[in-house]
Design a protein around this ligand. Structure first.
Ligand code: ADP
Length: 529
């Protein structure tokens, strides 16, 4: 039996799906530390940034106590001053002095961000912005808000012109310090990040391995065993049984499978013994058939022999009865005519039986010769004319002009037509008509176009009911009608005619409806040129 093609095995499906699930879970799990790491980096950078900005502001204030005011006049809205970078390359504090009427268009992105934060929240002193330098390295920009304090007012208070007077808490500048990412603890963040990735991948691989192992033990192995079992059963091995011992649903499935196999095996056994009994019966039947065939053959041979033996004395009886029928004594003459007629009927019956026995025994010999259909029809019409006259039946003929000459047994064809014509005359009431017609036509049989000749005998008699149209071709069958029953006969004529038509390679058919006469047609093949 052809096995169904498995597109993808359960094991591969398990691994693919679980692998994808593990990858998804790891990705989601790593997204959390990713966010956490960024925050950690910021917090790590915030402390040194805080320290540095405070330190640098104090340094700067100590060194340039008056420069702020001096420089203030040189720029329109923002004044920037750098100290030189220190030995480790850290950029020194940048003080951005803010005038009250300042705008932000001369500040870069991070500064603007810090300014907004400081303006928005008067309590915020430090802001941290993560950015990259031109080389793409991470740097943290730490900003410290410089706000006016009470101590500032000692110098800048009443002595300042009115438009430059400050309020306590007012934002007057921002300290900007840049710290390289590495220094701000970036290495720690990176290390943490890599630890998460490696840990995630390792735990993913471990989970995958463990899952494969467990799924193989718990599911795949028993399923594979059950599949092998089913394959063996499909190949006709009913002795196999499931040995799955997992103690779960799969074992239950295997046990059910075993029970089903037990039931099938016992049914199979029953079927086998029924088959054996059937074989025996068939054997007996075949033997009975052979015996029947022999008995039939013996019967047929017996009939053929006995019929032959009966004909000789019957012919003598007919001959002597005919002689004695010419006696002067009226009574003797009548008796002898009765004897002659009964003996003739008996002879006809014996002749029919002999014919049938010969055909059934396969001893009927066909002697073919070229026969002109038109001639044979005319001969029969002439032969039947006296009988038709006697029954006061009008005999017609409708013969096509181009009737063929065919190779057939003329004696047997005549016998068929004689039977059909004498039946038609016999069963048609006086004053009726019988028509013999013949014609040639072409037909398709077995995909081949062949020529045939049909000879029909139609009458205007009582016709034959549908139910009897097949039965009248059986041996000894006579239709149950007063008219036909009273017409005598043996019920063998049509059976013999059909057998003879078949022997000649043709067929005999009937078309009839009660009250509208009957049409018997014998069809024979025309030899192809
Ligand atoms: P038989 O004529 O000796 O009875 P057949 O075999 O020739 O035997 O015919 C069988 C039966 O078929 C007849 O008894 C008759 O009932 C019916 N039959 C045959 N030919 C005709 C016919 N032309 N019209 C009506 N019935 C017919």
């Amino acid at each position: 039996m052809a096995k169904r093609f498995v597109k993808i095995s359960l094991a591969i499906k398990f691994r693919l799906l679980f692998g994808a699930a593990v990858l998804g879970i790891i990705a989601v799990a790593l997204a959390v530390p990713w966010t956490f790491a960024a925050r950690l980096a910021e917090q790590t950078a915030q402390r040194p940034g805080d320290e540095l900005t405070r330190l640098r502001l104090n340094e700067w204030l100590a060194k340039h106590p008056t420069n702020i005011a001096a420089a203030e006049d040189t720029a329109s809205s923002v004044v920037a001053m750098h100290t030189a970078g220190d030995a480790r390359g850290r950029k020194g504090p940048l003080l951005i002095r803010l005038r009250p009427d300042m705008t932000t268009d001369r500040l870069d992105g991070p500064r603007e961000q810090a300014l907004r934060a400081f303006v928005g929240n008067v309590n915020q002193r430090v802001a941290m912005v993560r950015t990259e330098d031109d080389a793409g390295t991470t740097i943290y920009r730490c900003f410290r808000a410089v706000r006016v304090e009470q101590t500032c007012m000692h110098c800048h208070g009443a002595t300042e012109p009115l438009e430059r007077q400050y309020q306590p808490g007012q934002l007057v500048g921002i300290i900007d310090v840049a710290i390289p990412g590495e220094e701000a603890g970036g290495w720690m963040v990176k290390a943490t990040w890599w630890a998460f990735i490696i840990g995630g991948v390792l735990s993913g691989l471990l989970a995958f391995f463990l899952f494969s192992l467990i799924s193989h033990r718990l599911v795949l192995r028993p399923v594979r065993q059950l599949r092998n079992l089913a394959d063996k059963v499909a190949d006709g091995d009913l002795a196999v049984r499931s040995r799955v011992r997992t103690g779960d649903e799969l074992q239950h499935l295997g046990d059910s499978f075993n029970e089903m196999l037990n039931a099938i095996s016992s049914q199979h056994e029953k079927l086998r013994s029924a088959n054996r009994a059937l074989d025996l019966k068939l054997d007996e039947l075949a033997q009975a058939n052979v015996a029947l065939f022999h008995a039939n053959r013996v019967k047929t041979e017996f009939l053929a022999n006995i019929s032959h033996e009966l004909r000789t004395p019957l012919n003598s009886i007919i001959g002597f009865a005919d002689l004695l029928a010419e006696s002067d004594d009226e009574r003797t003459s009548r008796y002898c005519r009765n004897i002659g007629s009964a003996a003739r009927n008996l002879l006809n019956m014996i002749n029919d039986l002999l014919d049938l026995a010969k055909i059934e025994a396969g001893k009927a010999v066909i002697s073919r010769e070229q026969v002109a259909i038109a001639d044979i029809c005319k001969t029969l019409l002439a032969l039947m004319q006296p009988q038709a006259d006697k029954h006061r039946i009008v005999l017609h003929s409708k013969l096509d002009k181009n009737l063929p000459v065919i190779s057939t047994d003329p004696g047997k064809l005549q016998q068929i037509l004689y039977n059909l014509l004498s039946n038609a005359i016999k069963f048609t009431p006086a004053g009726g008509e019988v028509t013999l017609s013949a014609g040639q036509h072409a037909t398709t049989r077995g995909g081949q176009r062949i020529k045939e000749v049909s000879i029909s005998v139609a009458d205007t008699g009582p016709g034959i009911p549908e139910a009897e149209q097949q039965r009248i071709f059986e041996k000894f069958y006579q239709a149950e009608r007063s008219l036909t029953r009273s017409s005598g006969g043996t019920g063998l004529g049509l059976a013999i005619s059909r057998e003879l038509a078949n022997l000649l390679g043709g067929r005999l058919s009937l078309r009839s409806s009660p009250g509208h006469g009957a049409v018997f047609t014998v069809t024979l093949p025309v030899d192809q040129d």
